[in-house]
Ligand binder design. Structure first.
Ligand SMILES: NC(=O)c1ccc[n+]([C@@H]2O[C@H](COP(=O)([O-])OP(=O)(O)OC[C@H]3O[C@@H](n4cnc5c(N)ncnc54)[C@H](O)[C@@H]3O)[C@@H](O)[C@H]2O)c1
Length: 405
């Protein structure tokens, strides 16, 4: 039996996927209201295909509990934030979950850390727990996850995976569990390589996004259309520049690369600069909005509305979102209070000024900052009428009143 610890964006779909492919699974989370919701037959976040997968897993007998289970394999999928000051990983959730596992795990159990961790985290923070608990029988594995919200179910089935283990045979055994559903290639390696690989993948994305964001700024100063420049440059057989945007959010790309900066502060300069460039984008959009307001003689901030609160399109995940970063930056300039904000995916009240219908949002608004290209508006800017659009995601097409980055 597998006990998946932490039933959030990663743990829940993983548990459901395993259960619906014949693995006996109990999902555990210490959040009792989350467990109660699952036991009531409801999922806890919106994701394409998740409800269908949930039904399959229930049929297959998955159970949810606030209690850790006695079983042979534990998969820990709890948060791994970073310390905002020193940029290093904060392993407290992983440490706490692993400690509890060690209290009840039977002899020879496998402890898989699926949470994203910086290189050496398992050696520095998890292995000593085994020593302290006198549990040298426990087999440690790291199995980082790569799925993207919005396409999780497909990617769980089709992505390649990495398994890092001290003992290659244990690595292969864990690979077999994941192979119950994963049709991608599973690379088995050692733990540190698996840790580093995951962080490197997100760092690769961060630096490439930063490059396109910097290009957007250069093209703005030089009076060039960055989208057209990138479109043509990408015709080169070995060039593949990403799209610039209003910033980077979510739980991975703006977070994980900081682990390398925190651990290698003298060396990871290029990565630090990339992260700073991405982090500068929400404020850049704010300045761009101000320029456009001046151009149109608009001085009243309450005429400006923000569309989109999530960190990417068609998900309800707002963590580290560029809009939240922009609101934070505005509040430092004492000007966020009067702005209306709307996101069709965020049905709860996340921030002051938020409204819950597009009609209410657009009332008395002259300028819309389109921070997220949800399918509600993608290539359908007519929903905004003849308002001025600030379009850092480049999803509103061309028009006299559409302003790109
Ligand atoms: N969200 C993503 O897109 C994504 C993608 C790849 C990897 N990851 C990584 O996966 C890990 C999990 O991220 P997430 O997005 O699922 O986080 P999350 O915050 O959505 O979920 C974590 C869950 O763990 C529970 N939890 C925390 N400590 C616990 C404990 N000691 N015992 C039991 N339950 C506990 C919380 O209640 C929460 O429900 C992180 O390391 C993250 O970096 C996330």
């Amino acid at each position: 039996m597998v006990n998946v610890i932490g039933l959030g964006y990663i743990g829940l779909p993983t548990a459901l996927m395993m259960a619906s492919h014949g693995v006996e699974v109990v999902g555990t989370d210490y959040n009792s209201s989350l467990v109660a919701t699952l036991n009531d037959g409801k999922t806890t976040f919106k994701e394409d295909g998740l409800d269908e997968l949930f039904v399959e897993a229930l049929k297959a007998g998955i159970k949810f509990s606030t209690e850790y289970q006695i079983c042979d394999t534990y998969i820990v999928s709890v948060p791994t934030p970073y310390d905002k000051l020193d940029k290093k990983i904060d392993p407290c959730y992983v440490v706490s979950a692993c400690k509890t596992v060690l209290e009840i795990a039977p002899e020879g159990a496998v402890l898989v850390v699926e949470s994203t961790v910086s290189p050496n985290t398992i050696d520095r923070f998890v292995r000593p727990l085994l020593v302290d608990a006198g549990r040298s029988d426990i087999k440690l594995v790291h199995a980082p996850e790569r799925i993207i919200p919005g396409n999780m179910v497909y990617e769980l089935l089709h992505n390649n995976r990495t398994i890092g283990a001290d003992d290659p045979e244990v690595g292969q055994a864990v690979a077999q569990i994941y192979a119950s559903f994963c049709q991608g290639e599973i690379s088995v390696t050692d733990i540190r390589t698996a840790e580093m690989t995951k962080v490197v993948e997100n760092t690769f994305r961060a630096v490439n996004i930063a490059f396109s964001n910097e290009l957007a700024k250069i093209c703005r100063i030089g009076g060039m259309d960055v989208a057209e420049v990138i479109r043509i440059a990408n015709k080169h057989p070995r060039v593949n520049i990403l799209n610039p945007g209003p910033g980077v959010g979510g739980h991975c790309i703006p977070v994980d690369p900081w682990f390398l900066v925190g651990d290698y502060p003298e060396t990871a300069n290029f990565i630090r600069l990339a992260l700073q460039t991405n982090a500068s984008m929400p404020e850049y959009v704010m300045h761009r909005t101000y320029e456009v307001m001046v151009e149109h003689g608009i001085t009243d901030v309450s005429k400006v509305g923000i569309y989109g609160l999530t960190y990417k399109e068609n998900v309800d995940d707002v963590r580290e979102s560029p809009t939240l970063q922009m609101i934070e930056s505005m509040s430092q300039h004492l000007c966020s209070g009067s702005m209306k904000i709307y996101d069709p995916w965020v049905e709860w009240d996340e921030v002051p000024g938020q409204v819950h219908s597009i009609e209410e949002f657009l009332k008395d608004i002259e300028v819309v900052i389109v921070m997220v290209g949800h399918s509600q508006i993608k290539n359908n800017p007519s929903i905004f009428g003849d308002r001025i659009l600030i379009d850092p995601c480049n999803v509103c097409g061309d028009g006299e009143k559409v302003y790109k980055l």
